[in-house]
Design a protein around this ligand. Structure first.
Ligand code: SF4
Length: 453
């Protein structure tokens, strides 16, 4: 049985310096994002328009998917449909094997994490090289990403220096980021030149053009897709937008919200295969249509994967991305995972503070969706044991002014005479926090005394 979220957070928080550094790095991204948002007077209007546009997509998905498919085919691409992860992986392996391809360079795609593509292709003897720098670092470390935009944010430059020394022969003890990046670039170039197929994700699929947009900061997707004669693009079916104007709106928001840049450095629109080459698109469902049918879950498919909700989340910032079981961490991961028992303990880690809602460029109701999943888990009797025991009692106490007042009086006495015992008994959350000094009287009592009835 896997460890709970709380247990994994304990492992991460054992290194206090790392926690502070990790949190500060993410807060810096959040600050840059805020500056960008404030620099555009029309930002809130853009959020509203983007949210409505994505709602339109969700409510017209079958027509838009058909339109996208027929336009892609008219443009010379081959479109494949995958019902689930297994089908997706078989389709990709089939395309590569039929053409005798042995080495695939791939740019970052959370979808391929979702369907566990790389181990599947390796079983078929196809080598896969991650070309996004963060993803490549993790591939060399044999570790999953800890963030959807900055996948190696949990690592220090010294750790990357050691890894590169061992794997690609950089100088021992070197940790200068510019030196390490140049070394990675050299080594990656050989991989690009020797690959015979490329894979990219899709940031936006433009229905009325039969084209798709790929945004990166490193140009690795473009480099990969323009060298070999085979390009496979994979996308979840929610990546659709109706037209190029809608894609442009999301492109204006994506980098601003993700990393605080006005734009990603490379934005490519793929509209047809290059002469003599092949371009395949695999469109994946993998449970999406079922979940979209649930109105209280559907809106998470407005998400454009900017990662801003993760950067702002206090639980993520101080707990690290590897404390989550679900392949996407943070608020959007919790919301997508839904009532998935694998992510049960994570749903309870959320404080429901709503900071994620405030930064989301497409207004995904993250807090409400996470609360909904807690409701579902409770109805399915999947509450963690202790919550099962005390939540009904807490409900009764909080539902009665008299009960609440008595419980608070008892807590004040308890905190005064045996704070350590209480702290130990409550466990988890209280282990690494000091309780406040209890007030001498309740607020209600103080109010009656000072302000009258
Ligand atoms: S839910 Fe919103 S803020 Fe979070 S990753 Fe998706 S688009 Fe970005």
């Amino acid at each position: 049985m896997s460890q709970t979220h709380a247990r994994k957070v304990e492992t991460f928080t054992a290194d206090e310096a790392r926690v502070d550094w990790h949190s500060a790095a993410l807060l810096a991204l959040r600050d840059k994002r805020d500056l960008q948002a404030k620099s555009l007077p029309e930002w809130e209007q853009m959020r509203e328009t983007a949210s409505r546009m994505k709602l339109y997509v969700l409510s017209h998905l079958p027509e838009l998917l058909e339109q996208f498919t027929s336009n892609c085919e008219a443009n010379g691409m081959e479109v494949h449909w995958a019902r689930d992860a297994k089908e997706h992986n078989e389709i990709v392996a089939g395309i590569l094997k039929e053409r005798g391809k042995k080495k695939l360079v791939k740019s970052k795609s959370m979808l391929t994490e979702e369907v566990h593509l790389v181990p599947h292709l390796e079983k078929h003897g196809i080598e896969c090289i991650e070309t996004d720098l963060g993803e490549r670092i993790l591939q060399l470390r044999e570790e999953p990403p800890s963030h959807i935009v900055v996948p190696a944010i949990h690592l220090k430059k010294e750790e990357i220096g050691e890894l590169f020394h061992e794997k690609i022969g950089t100088q021992a003890g070197a940790s200068d980021p510019t030196y390490l990046t140049h070394a990675a670039r050299e080594s990656m170039r050989q991989e690009f030149l020797s690959a015979d197929a490329a894979m990219t994700g899709v940031n936006m699929a433009i229905a009325d053009e039969g084209a798709f947009v790929v945004c990166t900061n490193e140009g690795n997707a473009d480099m990969g897709a323009h060298l070999p004669d085979l390009h496979i693009a994979v996308m979840g079916m929610e990546k659709l937008v109706p037209d190029a104007d809608s894609a442009a709106l999301l492109m204006r928001m994506l980098a601003r919200n993700a990393t605080g840049q006005p734009s990603t450095s490379y934005n490519s629109i793929f509209g047809a295969p290059r002469p003599g080459c092949q371009l395949h698109i695999v469109i994946v469902d993998n449970g999406r249509s079922l979940r979209m049918a649930d109105r209280r879950h559907a809106e998470i498919y407005k998400c454009i994967r900017c990662g801003a909700c993760i950067n702002t989340c206090p639980v993520y910032r101080r707990g690290g991305g590897h404390s989550y079981d679900y392949f996407i961490p943070g608020p959007i991961g919790l919301a997508i995972a839904g009532d998935n028992p694998e992510a049960n303990s994570e749903a309870w880690a959320c404080t429901l503070n709503g900071s994620c809602n405030n930064v989301c460029p497409v207004k995904v109701p993250l807090r409400e969706t996470i609360a909904y999943h807690r409701e579902q888990l409770a109805q399915q009797k999947q509450l963690p044991y202790h919550k099962n025991a005390y939540m009904p009692l807490a409900g009764k106490i909080f539902g009665s002014p008299r009960g609440l007042s008595m419980a608070m009086a008892a807590a004040r006495v308890g905190l005064r005479i045996m704070p350590q015992t209480l702290q130990r008994r409550i466990g988890g959350w209280s282990k690494s926090r000091d309780f406040p000094k209890p007030p001498a009287e309740s607020f209600a009592h103080w109010y009656r005394k000072n302000r009258g009835e």
